[in-house]
Ligand binder design. Structure first.
Ligand code: NAP
Length: 327
């Protein structure tokens, strides 16, 4: 088969469409014939040599895909899945390829009404947002939710899911155009982080109280302002370090406001935890996709062999939502 290989750590042009050996399914895995995959910021970090795949994961980038089951591996005959089934999947790598081995517990049905291209844009964002914002931070209807980077793949999904589940949604983005798209997706308040100090605006919009849950992609550079922007009992979920990996944490503010800070990365979580997340997504999130409350926000679609171009677009942050790569 062919896959996108990272020939050496570096800029986008180190990605090369290369002939590689076919994957073989391990116990509990199926082979998916990939129709589409989607680009994630983590793929860019992996290409730069800053985010190596966890032990046992395929070496090619790609954290999600859609396609059809080509082969049932050992121990999957009674899994309920059959050869030919259309699926989408959460991966620990290997989506930028013609075929990929996937644990059955990370397969999801293609949500009703979606084609395989749109379905490839959902698993990574859905699993990340569901696990952080709902399973761990426990966002409730009527609470206030702040998501940074509302125009990102993660942000466009988080806005829609939080809105659909009855939260009030605030978001940050770097342009008026992106904020307008965030509002179309259900954001109640858009904050242009280049022009406004977001903690001041969060205070103003919440009558001085702050947000109950924050989903953060910046890490170090936003830590102090995020803690300042939380309501009493607030929960900060950090999933990205685009603004650095360390910063000072004001524990006094945390004690007084009874705050919690969590930081997770989905890719390295054990299979059992990923299985619980995927099954939660199937039960609670997929019906909202099927009824149209949440849509796949696809900025553009490119052929998989042009992954380098897709990475350059992502690094420019010109996109809103996901960049999908098709076979
Ligand atoms: N931990 C996990 O399990 C996990 C899983 C998935 C994703 N992630 C992380 O989530 C983040 C988003 O991933 P993605 O694939 O959705 O990336 P993406 O689509 O490339 O989005 C990145 C976004 O960040 C925005 N941004 C840059 N500086 C900002 C700032 N100072 N304040 C607010 N927004 C800012 C950019 O747009 P503008 O500046 O134009 O607004 C862009 O929309 C990445 O850090 C990724 O590593 C983590």
């Amino acid at each position: 088969m062919h896959a996108i290989l990272i020939t050496e750590p570096g800029p986008a042009d180190v990605l090369a469409w290369t002939e590689v050996p076919d994957p073989t399914p391990a116990e509990g895995e199926v082979i998916v014939d990939v129709a589409a995959t989607a680009v994630n910021r983590a793929d860019v970090s992996q290409r730069q040599g800053n985010y190596p795949p966890p032990a046992g994961a395929p070496e090619y980038p790609g954290l999600e895909c859609s396609g059809r089951i080509l082969e049932l591996g050992p121990g999957t005959q009674d899994s309920g899945w059959s050869v030919g089934d259309p699926v989408c999947a959460l991966l620990s790598g290997g989506g930028y390829a013609e075929r990929v081995a996937v644990p059955v517990s990370q397969l999801l049905p293609v949500p009703e009404g979606l084609d395989l291209t749109a379905a490839a844009a959902l698993p990574e964002a859905a699993c990340t947002v569901w696990s952080n914002v709902f399973m761990t931070a426990g966002l409730q209807p009527g609470e206030t939710f702040l998501v940074h980077g509302g125009g990102s793949g993660i942000g466009t999904f988080a806005i829609q899911l939080a809105h659909a589940r009855g939260a009030r949604v605030l978001t940050t983005a770097g342009s008026a155009e992106k904020l307008a798209k965030c509002r179309e997706l259900g954001a109640d308040v858009g904050i242009n982080y280049r022009e406004e100090h977001f903690p001041d605006r969060v205070k103003e919009e919440t009558g001085g109280a702050g947000a109950d849950v924050i989903l953060d992609i910046m890490g170090g550079s936003y830590l102090a302002d995020n803690v300042r922007s939380l309501n009493v009992g607030g929960r900060l979920a950090i999933i990205g370090l685009m603004g650095g990996r360390s910063a000072e944490l004001d524990l006094g503010r945390m004690l007084v406001k009874r705050l919690s800070v969590q930081a997770t990365t989905l890719r390295s979580r054990p299979l059992t935890e990923k299985a619980a997340i995927v099954s939660g997504v199937a039960e609670y999130v997929w019906p909202l996709v099927a009824d149209g409350s949440i849509r796949a926000v696809v900025d553009q679609t490119l052929p998989l062999a042009r992954a380098a171009e897709a990475h350059s677009i992502m690094e420019s942050s010109a996109h809103v939502g996901k960049i999908v790569l098709t076979r």
